[in-house]
Design a protein around this ligand. Structure first.
Ligand code: SAM
Ligand code: SF4
Length: 360
């Protein structure tokens, strides 16, 4: 990003710019802040790490059917990921979520959990998985120190599961959820993407299933980040989901919501469970976004929808780890973050990478 440039829309309004040499006021965020603060005053403590771009499903809203995955040599090793997390933690990152692609396809993922769990400053580790391999790995992950688990499941119906994911396997996901519950994971969140034409059929059965099993259900509004053609008309909106659950399953009341969390949380009035909605399209949460992302091939992204990336793989692979250079890359990337994703604007440009290759 050039310094001193004024850009609007998905670009930061960056009057000082990184390395501009201009004097800074200590009370304002600067590109040299000791913490990861951006040009709009947002602090970033939440790192999402993709550990692979491979997946054992082919969800239509996420990735194409035919895809060439990166060579394994291009992926960061567990040691490289851990080095990165260690540096990020010195700049205030304290939450890490492992994702993909399908993170459980990365061999011995539990070893990475164990490495990250002891990084000073890291308070919270989570994994987002499609659950296909969860029954096999839940116990090893739990033993490694993992406690928080998000499992993506859009439908309980085998035929509809195949239609959405282009693969079979709903019974494996349900078995994985049961094993994770028995292993002691808490909370277990079930994430469902809400697409009009599908979600209407699945919202109520999913809500009942999650309430009966003590899982926290969260619906994510369908976003333009996959391989398919997205249209706003295909988004089943958060308000519609809440109305449907309130009518068919049980009355919902607003629950305490962490203002920096993307989900708006609701609880059944009778105390029998919770439902969250991530209204990325109808109610973007960019103003409080605290997330940065590291792709499996070592690129830093300051937004799911960013069009620019910063390479840190070369820095992590240099013979003597240059921590200052990694810190600078982090600070510069965060500083250049856009004000918002602009999904709803005519100027919106879809990133080249689809969701599976970024890390959701
Ligand atoms: N494979 C794992 C899984 O499915 O949970 C982790 C990676 S996946 C990319 C992370 C999350 O992104 C999933 O919950 C998935 O449903 C969500 N996702 C993928 N494409 C999406 C889209 N176009 N809109 C909204 N959410 C999406
Ligand atoms: Fe794979 Fe997750 Fe994408 Fe589905 S959403 S294709 S499970 S990465």
């Amino acid at each position: 990003m050039d310094s001193g440039q004024i850009r609007t829309g998905r670009r930061p309004l960056n009057l000082l710019g990184p390395n501009s040499g201009a004097p800074v006021t200590s009370s304002l965020p600067t590109p040299h802040s000791p913490l990861l603060t951006d040009n709009f005053g947002r602090s970033h403590n939440n790192l999402r790490v993709s550990v692979t771009d491979r997946c054992n499903l082919r969800c239509t809203y996420c990735m194409p059917e035919d895809v060439t995955f990166r060579d394994k040599s291009e992926l960061l090793t567990f040691e490289e990921i851990t080095s990165f997390v260690r540096v990020a933690a010195t700049l205030g990152v304290n939450k890490v979520r492992l994702t993909g692609g399908e993170p459980l396809m990365r061999k011995e993922l539990h070893k990475l959990v164990r490495l990250i769990a002891v990084v000073p400053g890291i308070l919270d580790i989570g994994v987002t998985t499609n659950g296909i391999l969860l029954a096999e790995q839940a116990e090893a992950l739990f033993d490694a120190g993992l406690r928080r688990m998000n499992v993506s499941l859009d439908t309980l119906d085998a035929t509809r599961f195949r239609e959405l994911t282009r693969r079979d396997g709903v019974e494996k996901v349900l078995a994985g959820l049961a094993v994770a519950k028995r292993a002691g994971f808490a909370p277990i969140k079930v994430n469902a993407v809400a697409i009009r034409g599908f979600a209407e059929h699945d919202v109520v059965p999913l809500a009942r299933y999650c309430r009966d099993n003590g899982f926290e259900l969260r619906f994510i509004e369908y976003m333009p980040i996959g391989a398919d053609s997205w249209e706003r008309e295909k988004v089943f909106f958060a308000s519609e989901i809440l109305e449907l659950i309130g009518r068919e399953v049980g009355e919902l009341v607003p629950a305490n919501t962490d203002p920096s969390a993307p989900a708006l949380d609701f609880a059944y009035r009778d105390g029998s469970g919770t439902v969250g909605v991530i209204a990325s399209v109808s109610r973007p949460f960019c103003h409080s976004c605290n997330r940065i992302r590291l792709t499996a091939d070592g690129k830093l992204r300051n937004c799911l929808f960013s069009l620019d990336e910063t390479d840190v793989k070369d820095l992590l692979r240099s013979p003597s780890l240059n921590e200052e250079a990694i810190k600078n890359a982090l600070r510069q990337s965060v500083w250049a973050k856009w004000e918002g994703h602009e999904i709803n604007a005519a100027t919106f440009v879809k990133p080249d990478r689809t969701m599976h290759a970024i890390g959701g």
